[in-house]
Write a protein that binds this ligand. Structure first.
Ligand code: WT7
Length: 631
């Protein structure tokens, strides 16, 4: 069960073994889990179709490994701690046995509501224990969960429900987020006007609000679970059966459903969790992400619970009631491993040192970051102020599609360098490619980050559209998984991930496709066309800058901007709204009609003197207008 590597030397040995004989390496790890039927083959793959399968013909249920397996030895150990939005609301704790019972109870409720193996369930929930319970219950009965972050709009949710043809939505009346409350059920009601696959809606009572309950369709969580037995046999799943779908943005308009499966995801999330955080049996671990994103799936729910860890879930935000909340909570629960995003670190750093200085943070052993590159200033502050100079920072690079952490230090074992994620985990062959797809050898070099071999939690397909999976990840460079990121490798072989090289913008660690935002903006009746690019933003990492061409020049530009922001909020969600909107007479296009984003990016970055060659433009004069009126 202890999957931990315990020295850097051991890491180097294990890494070598994992590349020379990956089947043997992963077999040894996978053997430590509980299989209902042994797998016959470790891995079978080709990256051309792609077709990747792990632990073939193995039968299991991930929740038996995350819950049942621990009952004998850890039944009374705390599995989950819940810290509420309001510091005055008591926190909740669930032992492994209690969590097991709650999951079984809800599994039975799902079945009673007509959910069967293979059905898709969309979760649109607050960060409450019931969200984790709902994920696990879905997995236990062989249903497929698809969590939609509770900041997405009704439209965005409807797209995801329809793409997955979900049979059920699980939601709440509303949620607490800092000083605000957000109505969730009304958003679900609106979404369901354009979704016909949904038969049932389960509503968790979070705020004691009176909400619309549609007869025959909507049922309260407490009514659905009332009288349900606290035992529920786990469904026998094939290793390659779908565990969940999680939608993420790409360079085209429509978000895609990334598919992960039971067996491989289980093995890789547990292995990476224990190693990256160097988790020890008595530790309290806290990841501040929302379960609406992959970080929450892999490193709040599955990785920690599979490892028998104590994992914490936080309902609130870093700055409520004040900018010391994270640090107060670390002290309150004596957190040993703390995992957050660079954007949160930068935001808290900007609030001054007094908040962090007012707390002890002496329980911390390892601190981590994820989601975007961390700049050196934020890294230094995190290291000195939060880690007090004696906690290693694990800068973890990975993606929704990779399922688990791919490049990162392992607790204090690995060498550390500010703004470098470091070395790949065992089993991961990270390479840098040039434009032609040739591997770049040597050190102190830069290229496109790609992975040469499969690892157990690699994306299997994009739901309902396998061809899209192939073209997005496996067709740019034959024989490689293409990450969409650019990276550097230093003289010691450490990796630094620089950022996206495709039309994806990373705002506060969240991914948006430029096309997705443009499609939303173009819905405005006065908009002819638009182009969206990212620009450096002090707190968010990147901000969204939109260039908009109108049919009739807006007489009140601020009012027009507000309308555009409303449309983006409506189509995608408030989290995707552009920071800057510039009205322009035209977009810089080549003679073949392609928008030259390079130029727009330079202007947005405040470097109009570095536009490069503009002679191939259809109408170079639009550039002058853009530069002169830049925001
Ligand atoms: C993209 C993936 C993985 C969970 C959160 C985001 C960027 C992620 C790092 C890091 C530099 C990073 C990449 C990647 N990214 N971690 N440590 N250093 N960049 O998941 O929404 O799938 O986004 O986030 O650009 O491709 P995601």
């Amino acid at each position: 069960m202890d999957l931990r590597i315990k020295s850097f030397k051991e890491y180097e040995e294990k890494y070598k073994q994992s590349i020379e004989d990956p089947d043997h390496f992963w077999d040894q790890i996978a053997q430590t889990f509980q299989w209902q039927q042994a797998y016959k083959e470790v891995c079978k793959w080709n990256f051309d179709e792609p077709n990747v399968k792990w632990f073939l013909e193995g039968k299991l249920n991930i929740t038996e490994n995350a819950l049942d397996r621990h009952l004998a030895t850890r039944g009374n150990k705390t599995a989950l701690i819940w810290e509420a939005n309001d510091p005055n609301t008591p926190s909740q704790k669930f032992t492994y046995r209690e969590l097991y019972e709650r999951v079984c109870e809800f599994s039975n409720a799902l079945k009673a509501q007509g959910i069967e193996k293979g059905d898709r369930i969309v979760l649109y929930m607050p960060m409450v224990p019931e969200l984790a319970i709902a994920c696990l219950a879905s997995a236990r009965i062989g249903a497929v969960h698809s969590v939609v972050f509770a900041g997405f709009s009704a439209n965005a949710m409807a797209d995801r429900i329809n793409d997955a043809q979900a049979k059920m939505v699980i939601t709440a009346d509303g949620l607490n987020r800092g000083a605000k409350q957000v109505a969730l059920k009304t958003v679900v009601d609106e979404a369901l006007e354009s979704c016909h696959s949904v038969e049932k809606v389960v509503v968790f009572n979070c705020l004691d609000w009176k909400v619309n309950m549609e007869e025959g369709r909507d049922v309260w969580w407490h009514d659905a679970t009332n009288g349900m037995p606290a035992e529920c046999k786990a469904e026998v799943m094939d290793s390659e059966d779908i565990l969940f779908i999680l939608y993420t943005s790409g360079s085209t308009g429509k978000p895609k459903g990334v598919v992960h499966t039971h067996g491989g995801y289980m093995v890789y999330t547990a292995f990476s969790f224990q190693n990256v955080f160097q988790y020890e049996e008595e530790d309290i671990y806290w990841c501040t992400a929302d379960i609406g994103w992959i970080t929450g799936h892999s490193y709040i729910v599955y990785g920690p619970l599979l490892s028998g860890a104590t994992t914490m879930m936080f309902e609130g935000v870093p700055t409520f009631p004040d900018a010391g909340r994270f640090w107060q909570v670390c002290d309150k629960h004596q957190v040993n491993q703390f995992y957050t995003a660079p954007t949160a670190i930068r935001a808290l750093m900007a609030c001054g040192d007094e908040h962090v200085d007012a707390t002890s943070l002496s329980s911390l052993k390892v601190i981590g970051t994820v989601g975007e590159p961390i700049n050196e200033e934020a890294w230094d502050w995190y290291y000195e102020k939060v880690g007090k100079g004696n906690c290693p920072i694990v800068d973890t690079w990975w993606q929704t599609e990779t399922g688990g952490i791919m490049i990162s230090g392992l607790g204090s074992l690995s060498p550390m360098k500010a703004s470098y994620a470091g070395y790949p985990l065992p089993g991961v062959q990270a390479v840098l490619l040039d434009q032609e797809g040739k591997e770049i050898e040597g050190s102190d070099i830069e290229g496109y980050l790609a992975i040469k071999n499969p690892w157990p939690s690699i994306i299997r397909t994009t739901y309902g559209d396998h061809e899209r999976c192939r073209t997005t990840y496996f067709s740019h460079y034959k024989g490689y998984y293409f990450t969409g990121d650019g990276a550097k490798r230093d003289e010691n072989g450490m990796f630094r991930v620089i950022g996206r090289v495709d039309d994806v913008i990373n705002v506060s660690g969240h991914r948006f496709g430029t096309a997705e935002i443009e499609d939303a903006i173009d819905n405005h009746e006065n908009v002819v066309e638009s182009a969206v690019v990212g620009y450096p933003h002090e707190i968010k990492g990147q901000g969204i800058y939109a260039y908009v061409v109108c049919e009739i020049e807006p007489t009140d530009p601020d009012a027009a901007r507000a309308e555009i922001i409303d449309i983006v909020s409506e189509q995608i969600g408030k989290i995707a709204k552009p920071e800057k909107i510039q009205f322009v007479s035209g977009l810089p296009k080549t003679r073949s009609g392609k928008i030259m984003r390079r130029i727009l990016r330079k202007v947005a970055e405040g470097e109009p003197d570095k536009l490069g060659d503009t002679s191939t433009l259809l109408d170079p004069s639009v550039v002058d207008d853009i530069v002169q009126n830049a925001l």
